[in-house]
Design a protein around this ligand. Structure first.
Ligand code: ARG
Length: 459
């Protein structure tokens, strides 16, 4: 018998039950559903809407059901449709008519809105702490490498020398913003919808603020139609998760490149690499590749959610049940990727010598050579032209600018004096860029200090 069976004269088709049912994926919200119901029934008792003794019995039984679920003693039924009705059905099977009072002044529409908000705010909290762990590892690598010179790239061609610390701190900023975005998103999610009913609220004198307090919500929703019919907070979370994956994916791409024999900037730890079934020499960066690949799933979830919601008339529509698998998969994927990525990063070996020699090639000091000539009074455009010619000469001779003899350098400009070699050394190139936000060891140390303060302020 369905909890809503009154107006029906026959049972639903088995195919209909399977199609309609969401229990196979929404059962994971059992805890939030029970805790939400417990707060609701406590309020119903306190407001004198149902007898206090009934409220107490329902309250107590709900927690017994919770314990039984956690001990694997409960089997959910597809025919009971979703987690909300499964739990209510179990409650009624245990305490009979008293259990039937739980759903007073409530609808599944505000109930599911409550559960999903509670579920996702808990998940967001876990993801936040995973991001903190990643930020800590990035900060550790940065701290140890403020003097580790490597080439910085544009168009994947060597551009100017930077340090590994500066490079890592770039990702620190990205993941820090991801974390802040997550907090911001939770702020908008953490609003209590119960009391909105099916769409038009309720006539019972319920105390919505009490329920909000009980459940740790910051506020209550302000419009009953909006509260049951929007899932923008789900989409917002999916978009935060997509950005996390986008950042992880770019980082992964660099890890993949850096672990090739062509770059050879790093070596991944054996514990986070795989071999080939046929080629004995292989050591593959599967973690980074999988993270890069899984990014597509999370974007897919975001698109699915946006598309489900597009064009839905107010208020609740069953289409909205489709929000769950998408956001659950996105959450699961990010929760799988962050910890393994963090471990892979934490254990990788950095080949400083190769980074340094790579920075020496590719004329990464050409800009500094031009800037040197500017300081000698030549307009920048002319300097650009002069150094361009120098580079062409070096390419013919298979040399770097710093390898040219003083006499060779003089061919290009008589303004060049013997302080030139110091001016174009990689160390000078990096450390003279000591503006705030720049790559010099001092600037990066300031940024590391800020990063530490940030982590202290949130953890
Ligand atoms: N399982 C449903 C969902 O996830 C719960 C809400 C059902 N409400 C309704 N009016 N059928 O959206």
């Amino acid at each position: 018998m369905k909890l809503w069976g009154g107006r029906f004269s026959k049972n639903t088709d088995k195919l209909m039950d399977d199609f309609n049912s969401s229990i196979r994926f929404d059962s994971r919200m059992y805890r939030q559903d029970i805790i939400g119901s417990a707060a609701h029934v406590k309020m119903l008792g306190a407001c004198g809407i149902i007898p206090q003794s009934d409220a107490d019995l329902i309250y107590k039984t709900l927690f017994e059901i919770l314990e039984d679920i956690e001990n694997g003693k409960v089997e959910f039924e597809v025919s009971a449709e979703d987690i909300h009705m499964n739990i209510e059905k179990i409650l009624i099977s245990r305490i009979g008519d008293v259990g039937k009072r739980l759903h007073t002044g409530r609808s599944r529409n505000d109930q599911v809105a409550l559960d999903i908000r509670m579920y996702l705010r808990d998940e967001a909290k876990e993801i936040k702490s995973m991001l903190i762990s990643l930020l800590q590892v990035i900060l550790r690598i940065a701290e140890e490498n403020t003097d580790t010179i490597m080439p910085g790239y544009t168009h994947l061609q060597r551009a100017q020398p930077i340090t590994l610390a500066h490079h890592q701190m770039a990702y620190f900023q990205m993941f820090r913003r991801d974390l802040e975005r997550l907090e911001d998103c939770v702020g908008r999610m953490n609003v209590m919808p119960l009391g909105s009913g099916a769409l038009a609220g309720t006539t019972y004198p319920i105390d919505r603020y009490m329920v909000a307090r009980e459940l740790g919500f910051d506020r209550i929703t302000e419009n009953s139609i909006d509260a049951v019919s929007d899932r923008d907070f789900v989409i917002e979370l999916a978009s935060c998760l997509s950005l996390i994956m986008m950042h992880l994916s770019r980082f992964s791409e660099e890890i993949v490149l850096w672990s090739t024999s062509e770059f050879s900037f790093i070596e991944l730890d054996d514990a986070y690499s795989t071999g080939s079934s046929i080629m004995p020499q292989k050591k593959n960066p599967d973690v980074a590749e999988l993270v890069r690949g899984k990014t597509g799933r999370v974007y897919g979830s975001l698109m699915a959610l946006l598309t489900v919601m597009k064009g839905l008339p107010l208020a609740y529509n069953k289409d909205m049940q489709e929000d769950k698998e998408a956001i659950f998969d996105a959450v699961d994927t990010v929760k799988m990727c962050l910890p393994i990525f963090t471990k892979m990063l934490d254990t990788m070996k950095i080949k400083k010598d190769i980074m340094y020699s790579s920075a020496k090639g590719g004329f990464t000091n050409a800009t500094d050579m031009a800037d040197y000539l500017v300081k000698k009074g030549i307009p920048f455009r002319d300097c650009h032209e002069i150094v361009g010619k120098m580079v062409a000469y070096c390419l013919r001779k298979d040399k770097g600018i710093e390898d040219l003899s003083f006499d060779e350098l003089k061919i290009f400009s008589d303004k060049i004096t013997d302080d030139v070699y110091d001016a174009i050394s990689l160390e000078t190139c990096v450390n003279d860029r000591n503006i705030p936000g720049g790559p010099s060891a001092g600037s990066v140390r300031d940024s590391i200090k800020n990063g530490k303060l940030f982590l202290e302020s949130i953890s």
